[in-house]
Design a protein around this ligand. Structure first.
Ligand code: ADP
Ligand code: MG
Length: 448
């Protein structure tokens, strides 16, 4: 009876997302049946089910409510015949029984320390996080994790929450994004119930707030955060925050709040190196019980260097493809399916190594000097120029640029670019130098 709603929903969604996304995630979903306030759909595998749930379920149910006028639950079942890759049902059932862990209502149950691969880019952060989870309120308080997108901030933050939730019996753990915190605060004022908000946040044992850069410029919310902070800090309650930059670089942020962060421990997450990228993919395929050739994981690890989110979506893409066409993934399939992701880096973009080499030659130093650690002025300045030009001529993010320049932090890159921009203002010759180098690069790469 709800079939007609399902069809209407598909028609609407088709207009909202790209055709590629639609084909990948919606074509394989089949209508099965309707029951009272339930719409049963089938999907090809466990993996698919998880992905659809994560990506679309909430949106689908909301839409269904809009279209039908009633709350209808969507139930996803697995179409058994079509499970070429995922582990057996029996196995996952066993796992469920074994894993009698309770789940926290607002933490993702897969964001655990167990699922977090430690590499040189994150070992300090991960170790500190574990120390905090063992000893909430006593190890480091507050703890602040910063880094670029997709590097594992949210995962680590929630892993702390999950660990405490599972190893302590009665700790009240609240996870909130800075945005939710802000909205809740505003709402509580509108409703004239400021105490509801205060009671909620000041009665916790562990407060986890994600993406606090969102508080920039929100003076009143910062004020409220400050008060919450003091109340919790005085009573030795653990606080953990994440941010996309070091607190010192937050704009429109009160100094007193910034200095509170400095009272605790601040650590950064950097982009993973090749080995860590590979280890992350390996772990992911193992936990999904997928048998994918190491060569394919190597191919992905080599080509996706930006961050872990991009790495995972490349993997997801080939798994989804192989489930659709019901073929085992070969290196050829992976190469073709992922070519557009890999191409992103170089198509329309100039090769970074050429840029670095041209800058180095201009200043009579070597590419290794640029990527290396020496800080003498005759090297540090060309290095900053190199970062500036890469930013100009490619679409690389600041984390990616940092990666290319000897694994530097994205904040270093931001600083370098700012520095060059400032010096151009003081000294117009620098601009001419940059133009000259850019012209050399274009000449070498044949792009104009
Ligand atoms: P951020 O919050 O920094 O943008 P996330 O925590 O959302 O990044 O991480 C992006 C994705 O990468 C998530 O799916 C997360 O589980 C995964 N991830 C990040 N770091 C690791 C890691 N060290 N090991 C395994 N998975 C990771
Ligand atoms: Mg995040």
């Amino acid at each position: 009876m709800y079939k007609i709603f399902w069809e209407e929903m598909l028609a609407q969604i088709k207009k909202e997302i790209s055709i590629e996304e639609f084909n990948m995630w919606f074509n394989p979903i089949k209508y099965v049946a309707s029951e009272k306030e339930k719409l049963l759909l089938s999907v090809p595998s466990n993996f698919f089910k998880d992905q659809v749930k994560q990506r679309y379920l909430e949106k689908l149910e909301n839409k269904l409510k809009e279209i039908s006028g009633t709350q209808i639950e969507i139930v996803l079942t697995i179409n058994k015949k079509e499970v070429p890759l995922s582990g057996s049902e029996e196995e996952s059932a066993k796992k469920k029984v074994k894993k009698e862990n309770k789940n926290h209502p607002t933490l993702r149950s897969d964001y655990t320390f167990y699922n977090f691969v430690i590499g040189s880019n994150n070992d300090f952060a991960a170790n500190a996080a574990q120390a905090i989870a063992k000893n909430p309120g006593k190890a480091y308080n507050p703890f602040l994790i910063y880094g670029g997108v997709g590097l594992g901030k949210t995962h680590l933050l929630q892993a702390i929450g999950n660990e405490i939730y599972n190893s302590f019996d009665n700790k009240k753990i609240v996870f909130s994004t800075a945005e939710e915190f802000t909205n809740e605060f505003i709402e509580s004022i509108k409703q004239k119930k400021p105490n509801t908000f205060k009671n909620k946040y000041r009665s916790v044992d562990v407060l986890l707030i994600d993406d606090i850069h969102f508080f920039q410029g929100k003076t009143e919310t910062q004020e409220e955060l400050f008060n919450t902070f003091n109340a919790l800090h005085d009573s030795k309650k653990q606080m953990v925050f994440t941010c996309d930059r070091p607190p010192s670089e937050l704009k429109n942020f009160t100094d007193r709040m910034r200095s509170r962060f400095n009272q605790g421990l601040i650590v950064d997450l950097r982009a993973p190196d090749f080995e860590t990228r590979f280890a992350i993919l390996k772990k992911k395929t193992e936990s999904l019980k997928l048998d994918i050739d190491n060569k394919i994981l190597e191919l992905i690890s080599k080509n996706i260097t930006t961050n872990i989110r991009d790495l995972e979506s490349a993997l997801t893409k080939i798994i989804a493809y192989s489930e659709l066409v019901k073929k085992k993934i070969t290196i050829e399939i992976a190469q073709i399916q992922l070519s557009y992701l890999f191409a992103d880096k170089s198509m329309g973009n100039l090769p970074v190594d050429t840029i670095i080499k041209t800058v180095a030659e201009y200043f009579n130093i070597s590419s290794n000097d640029i990527k290396g650690k020496k800080r003498t002025k005759n090297i540090a300045f060309p290095r900053q120029i190199a970062m500036y030009i890469i930013r100009n001529l490619t679409e690389l993010s600041t984390s990616e640029i940092g990666n290319e320049i000897g694994g530097r932090d994205h904040t270093t890159v931001i600083y370098a670019i700012q520095k060059v921009e400032d010096s151009i203002k003081f000294d117009p010759v620098i601009e001419t130098v940059i133009q000259k180098i850019e012209a050399n690069i274009r000449e070498i790469t044949g792009k104009s």
